[in-house]
Design a protein around this ligand. Structure first.
Ligand code: BGC
Length: 445
């Protein structure tokens, strides 16, 4: 087997991603905290509790990031800390975030800040505000304005909203995976539409206060393919799933029009949303197989499966399908915007899959760059094990492990592999031999 070296661009951003509620701890004033308090909703009876202790001491993990050579990190600010009551802002909370962002910069790590990552202040949720465009859009813009005024001197890379499609589907169609835990297609549709409108308002606000702001979105996309080979109905349903889940966002934010599913109940046109992306963030995890089922109108006449026999991550979280990353990046190329991979990772408690997962996904990324796709950065999900929503702490996504009782960290082998990649800007056959030798044969049979 000959040696190889895959080289990445010199200014490439190598990072990790986290979200406030999953790592900070004690976010007691949001809807998720409330939701967690009911037994049975979170695996193993967990609740976010101390999480990874970032509110007190994120800096200890920032040191560890710097030791691994990372030059980027995506994190979110917690709305319920910054605006604990409608219109009341907490300057101490903003100051703490300022300190964190300074801390990242001092270590040579560029922050990307998400403003909304699944959590809402309790006051906002009590009034079902995401379902009412007239109430949510100005409130989200006001919150954005406070954040950019307070943090604009230490951050210019913004992601107003994380995964509107997942927020809408999990909260309003999954029947209990996320609050409010209902099944209601028309509420899901209005929440998704309002999130896109809120994104556009935040885009305008950020640019109004910061001329050089770079504003994008972290969009969860999946590969959808028909379950049964050569079955036309399955292929059609897969196409519909992809169109709704993956593409409807771009119809609004790139072209300024509502996708057919978002036209249900729309009272205003989407024209104002047009051109409100400076970059696209791709959150990529896995592939789904769609199968036609005429009894399932709620899921657009289809059911979702994983590929029979596919390699799965812990708890069957998802199929490991690295080719999908390249497929989706190639689709995104049509929008002619810079791309960041804002999340990619897997739950793998014993770290036996993560090294090969990393190598194969980074190879897909490298291939995309060879195709001249404008991919600027990769943020692995996640830096450290954290509170995985309804899965609690049992799903371990971290490059670093964490003992939830003692808060002790351990550096997994995949973190060392990632360090070798980011510090050299290359992925080499030696790294593959060291960290995941069985892959050499797979990559180069
Ligand atoms: C979310 C993260 C979550 C990850 C793994 C993404 O959809 O943005 O918050 O932890 O998936 O499930």
């Amino acid at each position: 087997m000959s040696d190889f070296t895959l080289t990445f661009p010199r200014d490439f951003k190598w990072g990790t991603a986290t979200a406030a509620h999953q790592v900070e701890g004690q976010n007691t004033n949001n809807q998720w905290w409330q939701w967690e308090q009911t037994h049975g909703r979170i695996a193993n009876g967990d609740s976010s509790g101390r999480a990874a202790g970032w509110w007190e001491n994120a800096e200890a993990d920032f040191d560890r990031m710097a030791e691994l050579g990372l030059n980027a990190h995506r994190l979110s600010v917690e709305w319920s800390r910054i605006e604990p009551r409608d219109g009341v802002f907490d300057s101490a909370a903003l100051e703490r975030y300022h300190e964190m962002l300074r801390g990242l910069r001092q270590r040579g790590i560029e922050p990307m800040v998400t403003l909304h990552h699944f959590t809402n202040p309790v006051w906002l949720d009590e009034q079902r505000t995401w379902e009412d465009a007239d109430r949510i859009v100005p409130r989200f813009a006001r919150f954005t304005e406070m954040v950019v005024k307070a943090l604009g001197d230490v951050c210019d890379l913004w992601c107003p909203i994380n995964e509107p499609n997942v927020f809408a589907v999990m909260g309003y169609l999954s029947g209990g995976r996320m609050p409010p835990g209902v099944i209601d297609l028309s509420r899901a549709v209005s929440v998704l539409r309002n999130m896109l409108s809120a994104h556009a308002a935040a885009y305008e606000t950020l640019h109004a206060h910061q001329a050089l702001a770079r504003v994008g979105i972290a969009h969860h996309m999946r590969v959808f393919q028909g379950l049964r080979a050569a079955n036309l109905l399955d292929a059609t349903v897969a196409h519909i799933h992809a169109s709704v889940f993956n593409d409807s966002l771009f119809d609004a934010l790139i072209y300024g029009r509502w996708h057919w599913i978002l036209r249900r109940g729309a009272t205003a046109s989407a024209r104002k949303l047009r051109g409100t992306l400076d970059w696209i963030g791709l959150n990529y995890y896995s592939r789904h197989r769609s199968a036609f089922d005429r009894t399932k109108p709620q899921s657009l006449y289809g059911d979702l499966f994983y590929t029979p026999g596919a390699q799965m991550s812990d708890f069957n979280f998802g199929e490991i399908y690295p080719e999908g990353l390249l497929m989706l990046l190639r689709k995104l190329a049509r929008y002619k915007l810079p791309i960041y991979i804002t999340e990619n990772g897997l739950p793998d408690h014993d770290d036996d899959l993560r090294p090969s997962f990393l190598v194969q996904h980074l190879r897909s990324l490298w291939q995309a760059i060879q195709f001249c796709l404008d991919v600027r950065g990769y943020y692995h999900w996640s830096f450290i094990d954290n509170f995985e929503w309804s899965e609690g702490f049992r799903m371990k996504f971290g490059l670093l492990g964490m003992d939830t009782h003692t808060q002790e960290r351990d550096v997994r082998r995949s973190a060392l592999l990632y360090r070798d990649v980011v510090t050299s800007g290359t992925l080499t056959s030696d790294m593959v031999r060291t960290y995941t030798p069985e892959l050499i044969q797979v990559l180069f049979p």
